[in-house]
Design a protein around this ligand. Sequence first.
Ligand SMILES: Cc1cc2nc3c(=O)[nH]c(=O)nc-3n(C[C@H](O)[C@H](O)[C@H](O)COP(=O)(O)O)c2cc1C
Length: 329
Amino acid sequence: MANTQTDFIGLKLRNPLIAASSGLTNSIEDIVEFEKSGVGAIVLKSLFEEEIRIEMEKDLSRMTKENFIYPETMDFYDSYDDVEDLLSGYLRLISEAKKAVSIPIIASINCVTAEKWPYYATTLQEAGADALELNIFSLPSDFSHTPEKDERLYFDIVEAIMKQVSIPVVLKISYYSSNLASLIYRLSKTEISGITLFNRFYSPDIDIHSFEVQPSHVYSSPDDLPISLRWIAIMAGRVECDLAASTGVHDGEAFIKQILAGADAVQVASAFYKHGKDYALNLLTDLEAYMDKHNFNSISDFKAKMSYARADNPAAFERTQFMKHFAGK
Ligand SMILES: Cc1cc2nc3c(=O)[nH]c(=O)nc-3n(C[C@H](O)[C@H](O)[C@H](O)COP(=O)(O)O)c2cc1C
């Protein structure tokens, strides 16, 4: 029988399948169900600083209307103490999840201001999180920024957090970078333990009749797999931290491909929305059947076998033109 145990960011996982951060990882009931379905770890839904700020702004505007606001109130809201209340639900989720399940619980935060990250990070660590995923997203859409300025944000956040936090830290990033391979490589040389490639963000679409901007597909499809697969393959074995794959894993084959490309762990969200949390069992059954078929006794027997660093034809991962495909048409 194949042994699917693996190490990810210093945590021992019973297998490399992780329930990705989403609305499905936001309650104890869901977390317990995920553990039963077999996943190796869970990333909690992100705590968004923006949401906390909106809540604060609602309170502030109510207090202003009620002539309730004093300079001291602003100080109060600027102080870290106040945020404590707004965080409490999330902290409770971490500590209850730690009591309810035995698989690792990875907390997740998204901050909009660099100076708030260390505070949230240390608070989530104190609540008992086994690790922390930093859900960083900055769209490089500001003409006045240089690429260096956009990239600086990542390094500033990492530096500030690593001074305060001792649990493993994973950075979840997007592929919007002018020099992605170099950025991932340089981030891997910081003190972080892992990088998740890639997050999936709200993307705009246009309603041609109402002339409104609306969200495009919220969930990924299997067609979204190749972007993360390519970058996992290109970076595996050439970075100084672990890599988790995220986006487009909808079946056992895609799960196995990401491990062959070099992923140390594979995160799944959309497929669980589509098929239910117990779909993890199908993915894991396919993984075990594949390992048995190829006589792989452990994950390390085939992890990164098809990575850029080890594949027979690594250039295939860097090819960008469909030359053969177009040639006969
Ligand atoms: C409804 C929904 C909510 C999500 N919420 C979060 C979140 O709070 N934090 C985060 O880092 N990623 C979030 N994600 C992104 C997922 O964790 C994952 O990276 C992305 O969906 C790509 O994986 P998939 O193709 O398996 O869906 C969310 C995704 C979905 C579909």
